[in-house]
Ligand binder design. Sequence first.
Ligand code: ADP
Ligand code: MG
Length: 263
Amino acid sequence: MSKKKQSYVFCVANQKGGVGKTTTTVNLAAALSSLKQKVLLIDLDPQGNATMGSGVDKNDLDLSVYQVLIGASTIDQSKYRSDAGNYDVLAANRELSGAEIDLVQIDKRELQLKKALEHCKTHYDFVLIDCPPTLSLLTLNGLAAAHGVIIPMQCEYFALEGLSDLVNTIKRVYRNINPGLELIGLLRVMFDGRITLQRQVSEQIEMHFGDKVFQTKIPRNVRLAEAPSHGMPGVIYDKSSRGAKAYMDFGKELIQRLKSAEK
Ligand code: ADP
Ligand code: MG
C-alpha cells in the first residue's frame, strides 16, 4: 500500500449460490462501519438481496449499479445510504440482468466498474462487492475492479472441489485482466462444530490454504437469517447474537490482517 490513503476493494465471491456471500458482504460492511471505517457496498447481483438486506428498497430505485456499469451515471450520483448499517450502497435490482446485453456494445466491457470506482469522488476505506453466483460479465467487472477476493464457504463434502474451480477463475482473471488481484482469505460460514464432517472439512481447508483461512468462524445462527426481512444487517439487528459477534470479530480480524500486511 502506498502512503496516500487508498481504499481496499474486495469482492465477496463463490460460484455456488446460497453459501453466505450476501450475508457476509452486508454484515462485514456494517461491522467495518461500526469500527469507524467508511464503507461502500456494491450489489452486483440482480436479485438485489444485499440491497434489501441493507434496508434499501430495490423496487424503488432512481439509479443503481446498472446505470453505473453502462456509463450513464457515476457512483457518487447513484449511491444510497443504509441508515441501518451506516454505509453507502450502490444498489441493484432485476434491471441489472439486462446489463450483460447492453455491455456487449461497450469496449473493455469488463472494466466498467473499475473505471467508475476511479472516478468516484467520495473516499472509502473499504468497497465491498457482493457478486452473483456465476462467472458472468458482472462478476468479471467485480473481479477486475478489486484488490482481493474474500470467499465464504460452508464446510461440506464437496466444498474443496468447488473451491478449486474458483481459485482457477481467480488465477485466470489475475493473468488476463487484473494482475493486482489477490486471494484475501477463506471464511468458514454457517459453521457447526458439533458436526464431525464440518470439523474434518474445516481442518482440510486449513491444511490446503494455511494462513489464507480466517481464524474467525461464522456459526449458523438464526438471527443472521432473520435480519434481512427487517432490512437490517444481522450485526445491527441483534448485536448480542452469536452471529453478530462473529461478524464483528471477522471485521476486526480483517483490519488486523491488512495492518500487518502493510508493514
Ligand atoms: P448467497 O449470497 O451466497 O446466495 P446468502 O448470504 O443469501 O448466500 O445466504 C443463503 C441463505 O442462508 C440465506 O437465507 C441466509 O439468510 C442464510 N444464512 C447465511 N449465513 C447464515 C448463517 N451464518 N446462519 C444462518 N443462516 C445463514
Ligand atoms: Mg447473494
